[in-house]
Design a protein around this ligand. Structure first.
Ligand SMILES: Cc1cc2nc3c(=O)[nH]c(=O)nc-3n(C[C@H](O)[C@H](O)[C@H](O)COP(=O)(O)OP(=O)(O)OC[C@H]3O[C@@H](n4cnc5c(N)ncnc54)[C@H](O)[C@@H]3O)c2cc1C
Length: 242
């Protein structure tokens, strides 16, 4: 199969939404059709300087927008030199190049009705795409997101997720945990998810498909905890943000 084309997109938003996370949004540049994708997939960002030379090797970013939305939304953690520069450039109206979609981290072959989504930080990105995609149609899954972050102010999309879970109580529940903040006002869970706390949140883990997404240490830890709960490996799909 030929590789997907590298296509130009115009930046429509590039700003911090939490202390360490930017939301990068772009739409197809004039005359270019955005490729279709399945919720959960990712794109490769080929970011070039004004001379057209690649700034660095292409980087992968999960698509946080639903296929029904225009363009693409990405949720990007500012970490090393590449993302630091990405948070300062590109400006509104400038062009970035994207190639894709790629990936099999999707709901396509999931037979269980119940789906638990474990997100570490910006690992929430593909899950936003999945739930928006389903909740704007007749949903076929019931989702429970277990969303982990360091502090209470570091949850991208929290307001939107809270609204969606109120609007769709049968199909979406969101449980939050913070792992560092000592804030006494926090009413959610505290500390990393463990086999015990996951069980407490979701009840019995049978007839459930689990998706885990985030930085590699988070993904590995969640795989261990799910194994401790007795969840079979083939019921767990993972995406590591390496
Ligand atoms: C399928 C997939 C989907 C992904 N989706 C997302 C997403 O939605 N959002 C997201 O934020 N990320 C995502 N990622 C991760 C993303 O592709 C990049 O890996 C990430 O943005 C790296 O940022 P950076 O600024 O550290 O990059 P770079 O500057 O290229 O650095 C890469 C790595 O090199 C190391 N490094 C860099 N500088 C130093 C230094 N000075 N000292 C020591 N080590 C250093 C660090 O380990 C660093 O992470 C995804 C990855 C994959 C594979």
């Amino acid at each position: 199969m030929p590789l997907p084309q590298i296509l130009p997109y115009r930046v429509t938003r590039n700003e911090f939404v939490t202390e360490h996370v930017i939301q990068l949004e772009c739409v197809s540049a004039e005359g270019v059709e955005r490729p279709s994708f399945v919720a959960g997939q990712f794109m490769m960002l080929h970011w070039k300087d004004e001379l057209g030379d690649l700034i660095d090797k292409p980087h992968a970013y999960s698509i946080a927008s639903a296929p029904q939305e225009e363009g693409f939304i990405f949720s990007i953690k500012i970490y090393g030199p590449y993302t630091t520069r990405l948070s300062q450039e590109p400006k509104l109206g400038s062009i970035v190049h994207l190639q894709g979609p790629y990936g099999l981290f999707t709901l396509q072959k999931v037979q269980n009705e119940r789906v638990v989504l474990l997100a570490g930080g910006v690992g929430i990105a593909p899950f936003r795409s999945m739930i928006l995609d389903e909740l704007t149609r007749i949903p076929i899954h019931s989702f429970h997101i277990l969303y982990s972050n360091k502090t209470k102010s570091s949850f991208p999309f929290k307001e939107e997720l809270d609204t969606l879970s109120l609007q769709h109580p049968k199909n979406l529940k969101v449980s939050y945990t913070i792992t560092q903040d000592g804030d006494p006002d926090w009413t959610g869970h505290r500390g990393r998810w463990t086999a015990e706390s996951i069980k407490k949140e979701i009840g019995d883990g049978g007839e459930t498909t689990f998706f885990v997404c985030g930085p590699p240490p988070f993904v590995v830890e969640m795989q261990d905890q799910l194994a401790k709960m007795g969840v079979e490996k083939n019921k767990v799909k993972v995406e590591k943000f390496t």
